[in-house]
Design a binder for this molecule. Structure first.
Ligand SMILES: [Zn+2]
Ligand SMILES: [Zn+2]
Length: 166
């Protein structure tokens, strides 16, 4: 298995992590391009929607709705957590984002809709993207005749930083 690790974090101190993440992104997707994506998906690009979409696309930290809300509520005074969650769901339903349900209490959002897998550290909570070079569905046994529409692979454990702290 070839693993291509990008350290995209989600944690309590997310502002700090976002700054670190930004240094690692080659280029931010311009707002005009994101606006076009929303319109092409049939979604009216209101100021709130565009800000939420822009945050998730340009902060590949797999944020939860709470993280998005905390980051944007100063900028968008009338925002509610419910609006953020519903807007994120709207984007997921339109295929613009993917929702990760790593466990039933934890839902986060990913602006990268390409096929990739996730590792979550049990200790610090960071979520790391990794790629599996070969199509792992080819290794699935016992689903002959089934049509697979979606596949998520979640691995959990300790990241190297947390492992070395122990
Ligand atoms: Zn960790
Ligand atoms: Zn991801």
């Amino acid at each position: 298995m070839e693993v291509n690790v990008k350290w995209f974090y989600i944690c309590n101190d997310f502002r700090n992590e976002i700054q670190q993440t930004h240094k690692k992104i080659d280029k931010m997707i311009p707002r005009s391009e994101l606006k076009k994506e929303l319109m092409e998906a049939g979604i009216r690009p209101s100021v709130q929607r565009l800000a939420i979409y822009e945050f998730v696309k340009n902060n590949p930290i797999h944020p939860t709705a709470d993280v998005v809300y905390d980051a944007l509520r100063d900028e968008l005074g009338s925002l509610s957590l419910t609006t953020v969650y519903n807007t994120l769901k709207l984007f997921v339903d339109a295929g613009l984002l993917q929702m990760l349900t790593i466990d039933d209490t934890f839902r986060c959002f990913d602006g990268d809709t390409s096929s990739h897998a996730h590792f979550r550290c049990d200790d610090c909570g960071r979520i790391v993207d990794f790629r599996i070079k070969n199509n792992f569905l080819a290794m699935v046994d016992g689903l002959n005749g089934f049509e697979i529409k979606e596949a998520q692979l979640y691995l959990k454990g300790l990241c190297p930083l947390c492992k070395n702290k122990k």
